[in-house]
Design a protein around this ligand. Structure first.
Ligand SMILES: [Zn+2]
Length: 331
């Protein structure tokens, strides 16, 4: 039980499992990225880890059965999930939206169930692998991937491989400070983190703060009420020319651009891929971020870096899980 099932590099398919707080997604794919079979079911986190794991196993079993795939024809199972985790030993340690999954030795469970090599990776690192192997970072050696969703996660591909750092925490770019002192309190406990300005909930909070006391605004009209204001309403109002909304979008781009400039100065990447909100808003937002980056970064580094929305979009989770295995076949 303790010894790991070996990877089968000669096999023809990869299984991927994306474990989230609201949904479970599994895929059976080929190494060149053809998704042959896909399953998606609610996690039902409130029913506990045992229920979720049993559901995940039945989904993977259906991926195999409905494509007539023998487990011996599978290279490995890639599993992407939120941190904290012991990625090396393949143990999920109760991420914020899946607290009952603590601990879940998913590697040992799936290897004993299927006899297929299994590897666990945190979802931001797995997303970075996906953008590098299938998305905007293909063929490039230095890629930074950042999400702009509920939080700001990140993953780094350096010199053609995932960079994990000294104890697996590299790439937590959302928690670099982007103001010199104080700043809003971040969920991590620090003040002035990038995430405290530019995650979806932080953008919404900053917008509501700016709106308080200003009376009528297009942002509130779109949202229906001040309490309902989200980042989406802000961008929609900015696209229609609302002055306050444009100011807040510029401010968001400023913090994002300062954060990216810090990363660029440290690691000199060729490609930065921004997911979620940045992908939804596209060049309307990214052109503003690019302008800040040009201003805040040394020209010799600014000229080699390109900033893209994620071409994988909301399919990134499927490719992320598969990429956790595929990375072993490409280096
Ligand atoms: Zn933080």
């Amino acid at each position: 039980m303790a010894s790991s099932t070996p990877i089968r590099p000669q096999a023809k398919t990869i299984l991927g499992a994306d474990i989230g707080g609201t949904k479970l997604a599994t895929v059976l794919a080929t190494p060149d990225g053809e998704i042959r079979h896909k399953m998606r079911l609610p996690t039902e986190a409130e029913r506990g880890a045992e229920h979720g794991v049993a559901r995940l196993i039945s989904m993977l079993r259906r991926n195999l059965n409905e494509t007539g795939t023998d487990p011996a024809d599978v290279i490995g199972i890639g599993v992407a999930c939120g941190s904290p985790m012991d990625a090396q030993r393949g143990i999920i340690l109760g991420p914020p939206n899946l607290q009952s999954w603590n601990p879940v030795p998913i590697k040992a469970i799936l290897e004993s169930e299927f006899g297929i090599y299994t590897q666990l990776e945190n979802d931001a690192n797995a997303g970075a692998l996906a953008e590098w192997l299938y998305g905007a970072g293909r063929g490039v050696r230095n890629v930074v991937y950042m999400t702009m969703g509920t939080g700001i996660g990140g993953g780094l591909i350096l010199d053609g491989r995932l960079y994990r750092g000294s104890n697996g925490n590299a790439g937590e770019v959302g928690h670099m400070r982007v103001v010199d002192r104080d700043g809003p309190r971040c969920g991590c406990g620090k003040r002035g983190c990038l995430e405290a300005f530019c995650s979806g909930p932080s953008i919404a909070r900053r917008t509501r703060e700016a709106l308080a006391g200003t009376g009528e605004s297009m942002i509130v009209q779109l949202a229906g009420s001040l309490e309902a204001v989200s980042a989406e309403h802000l961008f929609a109002a900015a696209r229609q020319g609302d002055g306050l909304a444009l100011h807040l979008v510029d401010e968001t781009a400023h913090y994002m651009g300062v954060g990216l400039a810090n990363i660029i100065q440290a690691i000199n990447p060729q490609v930065i891929v921004l997911g979620t909100i940045a992908t939804q808003q596209g060049d309307f937002f990214l052109d503003r971020v690019r302008a800040v980056v040009r201003q805040e970064t040394w020209p010799q580094m600014a000229k080699v870096v390109e900033i893209f929305p994620s071409p994988l979009g909301d399919r990134v989770g499927d490719y992320a899980a598969v990429s956790v295995i595929l990375q072993h076949l490409t280096s």
